[in-house]
Design a protein around this ligand. Structure first.
Ligand SMILES: [Zn+2]
Length: 478
């Protein structure tokens, strides 16, 4: 768990605090503890006179043995008051937050053990101080136009490893069905670590963003991004604007939504991005030629990616593991899957590309015969040879080709910089230029290219970056 205090932890804290308040009328205070060399959870717990199970639970630690030097832990204290927590939103500064709550910057720095410069980032839970039980605890704000839970602010919950929807619903005192509806989940059984869930029906936050008058909101969703996953930047203006920007050295491609006042950019976070805090900067231009720069710090958390084991390649290794062959093919695919088409052919969650079990997930590092290591940039489905390959979403076919490594490969452009790829097929039933519908059979599972057996390898690219496609199956994006 090499990261700052996670959003999940804070939301669990909010949940725990609300329950404590409901149950007893008062709750406990809280402090932030930064893990030092030689610390164990048991030692920290002993120092504060609480159980390590409590610390693990409040901080959402799946494994209480995995704390690292520098981790920030919430420590509940006993007392007559409970803490006020503010989740940092895009556009907020420490000055503005201090002013909003009537506290000093120095107090905020000390209370939250911030660095000298007072560095904050989107999604960081700042302990503001204590509040009387009648005042609401501040919670995270969902994008106003997410269209999933009305326009009111709601609590977001980041799913921890091993959590079930039932347990999450229980911990917030809401029904499973309300979470299913708010998040448009097609299958409540399928949630994954790091997934952000909207928890309907919790108190509103206060916002300290000092945005130009033209801009009504600037949001990042989810508040904490993850290696190898997709996120979105939302900018809402009071008049039509054009928006450009950059994040993680990639230009942001904003598309205009709805009434023309909402600008949304999808972002693929490269799987090898070191966890940390990164700036996003955008420039908003109005029709009169005025330009308004906005920036914010955004956190990228580590993904949970496995070792992929050893793959014994069948076929001619001099071709299949040849660097020049691989690079040439990579350039071809990257070129095709990095273009931006403004229209959006997809809507809602993507379908599965094959009716089969997943045999290998996205992001694992595999070793091929001969010692060559590669990160797995897609999800494998262990379907029988000849079984149907289906378009995961509607779009236009931009490539059907027989490649050395990817075998018989099909690429579909879904618009807004989103592409899917289907590798190792035995047959393809579509041609470049064809428009396909979600669920349409486009080919058959095979074992062409660099494989150890028949399967479908499925990729999803966002803005030129391969990301975990399964996120798109459980969650719809705008
Ligand atoms: Zn694969």
């Amino acid at each position: 768990m090499r990261r700052w205090l996670s959003l999940a932890s804070c939301l669990l804290l909010v949940a725990w605090l609300s329950q404590a308040v409901l149950a007893q009328g008062t709750g406990g205070g809280v402090t932030v503890y930064v893990v030092q060399r030689g610390d164990t959870l048991a030692l920290i717990a002993e120092r504060y006179g609480i159980t390590f199970e409590d610390i693990a639970r409040i901080n959402g630690l799946a494994n209480p043995n995995s704390i690292d030097v520098g981790d920030r832990l919430l420590i509940p204290l006993t007392g007559e008051t409970y803490p006020r927590v503010h989740f940092v939103q895009a556009g907020e500064t420490l000055d503005a937050i201090a002013a909003l709550y009537g506290v000093t910057i120095e107090d905020l720095k000390a209370l939250n053990q911030l660095d000298e410069a007072g560095t904050i980032f989107v999604g960081l839970a700042l302990v503001i101080g204590s509040a009387s039980p009648s005042e609401p605890v501040a919670v995270a704000e969902a994008p106003a136009d997410a269209g999933t839970a009305g326009s009111g602010p709601v609590v977001m919950h980041s799913v921890a490893r091993g959590e079930t929807l039932f347990r999450i619903a229980q911990s917030y005192g809401v029904t499973m069905n309300s979470i299913v509806q708010a998040n448009m989940l097609s299958n409540p059984e399928v949630i994954y670590p790091g997934q952000m869930l909207i928890i309907p029906g919790v108190e509103a936050p206060q916002l300290a963003a000092g945005l130009p008058a033209l801009i009504s909101s600037f949001n990042v969703t989810p508040l904490s991004l993850m290696q190898g996953r997709t996120g979105e930047f939302w900018l809402q203006a009071n008049a039509p604007v054009s928006v450009t920007g950059a994040f993680l050295d990639q230009p942001l491609q904003f598309a205009v939504e709805g009434d023309g006042l909402v600008n949304v950019a999808l972002i693929g976070v490269p799987q090898d991005t070191p966890p940390g805090i990164y700036p996003v900067s955008v420039i908003v231009s109005d029709s009169a030629g005025g330009q308004y720069p906005i920036s914010a710090n955004v956190q990228v958390n580590a993904g949970d990616y496995d070792e992929g084991g050893t793959i014994r390649v069948t076929g001619d290794a001099s071709v299949l593991l040849n660097q020049a062959v691989e690079q040439q093919e990579e350039d071809l695919v990257t070129g095709l899957m990095s273009r931006f088409t403004a229209g959006q052919a997809f809507s809602g969650a993507f379908g599965l590309p094959a009716a089969a079990t997943i045999t290998s997930g996205f992001g694992s590092t595999r070793t091929y015969t001969g010692g060559v290591q590669r990160v797995h940039t897609g999800t494998d489905f262990g379907a029988a040879p000849g079984s149907p390959v289906m378009a995961a979403a509607s779009g236009q076919v931009v490539m059907v080709d027989n490649l050395n490594i990817r075998g018989l490969a099909t690429i579909i452009d879904h618009g807004r910089g989103v592409y899917t790829g289907y590798w190792h097929q035995s047959e393809a039933y579509v041609s470049p230029g064809d428009y396909v519908q979600q669920g349409q059979v486009i080919g058959a599972v095979g074992s062409s290219g660099r494989v150890s057996g028949p399967h479908l390898h499925w990729e999803l690219w966002v803005n030129g970056i391969p990301v975990d496609p399964m996120q798109w199956v459980v969650q719809g994006f705008y």
